[in-house]
Design a protein around this ligand. Structure first.
Ligand code: THU
Length: 128
């Protein structure tokens, strides 16, 4: 876990957030132990902004990962910031068992993705 926090914090250093000045880092550990990182990237056309979690998820997917174990999100705020709704939904694509940990400078909080996204709309919903 310490290593994931380290990697998320390192990614956070690369955040491009000149508009919000809210820097976010993310690290996802896949089933085989590989770690994929992301940071938020903002745009002068604000709506194009990409969250750190979705960046990390994209890196994991293009890296070939399909089973994800843990996600660590780092910010500079306490209580720590949990992933936004859009990120929760995209993460749900790869399973609700994902362990999500939000880490601030002094505190951390942990959930399963299932707890963060109750009654999730998933591919199983489409098969009903
Ligand atoms: N942000 C993330 O990177 N992840 C989240 O889950 C919520 C928000 C970013 C987007 C934007 O660059 C900044 O934080 C402020 O919203």
């Amino acid at each position: 876990m310490k290593d994931l926090v380290k990697q998320a914090r390192a990614a956070m250093q690369h955040a491009w957030a000149p508009y919000s000045n809210f820097h976010v880092g993310a690290a996802i550990e896949a089933a085989d132990g590989t770690v994929y990182v992301g940071c938020n990237v903002e745009s002068a056309s604000y709506g194009l902004t990409i969250c750190a979690e979705r960046m990390a998820l994209g890196a994991a997917v293009v890296g070939g990962a399909r089973t994800l174990k843990r996600l660590v999100v780092t910010t500079d705020v306490d209580p720590p910031a949990a992933p936004c709704g859009a990120c929760r939904q995209l993460l749900a694509e790869f399973g609700l068992d994902l362990e999500v940990t939000a880490v601030g400078p002094a505190t951390e909080k942990r959930w399963t993705l299932a707890a963060l996204l109750p009654d999730a709309f998933t591919k199983e919903t489409l098969d009903r």
